[in-house]
Design a protein around this ligand. Structure first.
Ligand code: MLT
Length: 203
């Protein structure tokens, strides 16, 4: 997969996996990753699907209606890619923490739905429920931060609550931040994610 890998200076830090939103690229979240943890290694990936020229991590049939077969295929493809990257760049596969926005948050959630050890944790900005009706793996050692908008036209508050319940039901520890905005990635939610990250991984 097209990607950027930046070796960090702090070997004890998590490895940050960056997953952009629809129409984004592997460059979008680099500044946020640096802000969250300057010393961490970063693996930033570009989604392999194109929708009218816009990169995504999996196909959709309409806004909010996902192509589930493709989602499953792309989730496995991304998980395999992280495995390969860990070998190629010699980072600790068990320390990958995703930072995803929108479509990128959805594939990060899908990684956790499908594989117990794909991610050590995740910061999910405006995620949706990636798919329904599956038994989640035991996520009891996973830490997740979710930022959501009360007025998000793409992800309704009930869907955020549903995702929260599914992940908590699988044992994950969740911190959920509500803001009054819509689907955009706000400065204040990035600051809240940074505070959560420091509390979770730096103390
Ligand atoms: C999606 O995965 O389709 C979304 O979360 C919405 C978007 O990316 O625009």
């Amino acid at each position: 997969m097209k990607h950027i890998y930046e070796q960090g200076t702090d070997n004890t830090a998590p490895v940050l996996l960056l997953l952009h939103g629809t129409g984004g690229t592997e460059r979008d979240l680099l500044g946020i990753a640096k802000h969250i943890d300057e010393g961490a290694s970063v693996l930033s990936v570009r989604g392999n699907v194109l929708e009218n020229g816009m990169p995504r991590f999996f196909k959709r049939l309409a806004e909010g209606v996902f192509d589930i077969e493709d989602l499953k295929f792309r989730t496995e493809e991304l998980n395999n890619f992280i495995d390969q990257a860990a070998e190629q760049y010699s980072f600790d596969r068990s320390k990958v923490v995703a930072i995803g926005y929108s479509n990128g948050a959805n594939i990060a959630a899908s990684l956790m739905f499908h594989y117990k050890d794909a991610l050590a944790g995740a910061i999910l900005h405006h995620p949706m429920v990636p798919l329904r009706g599956m038994k989640l793996p035991d996520l009891s050692d996973k830490q997740i931060f979710i930022a959501a908008g009360e007025n998000d036209p793409i992800c309704a508050p009930q869907e955020t609550e549903e995702l929260n319940e599914l992940l908590e039901g699988a044992g994950a520890s969740i911190e959920l931040l509500w803001e009054r905005y819509g689907h955009q990635l706000s400065r204040s939610e990035i600051e809240a994610a940074k505070a959560w990250y420091e509390k979770t991984y730096k103390s």
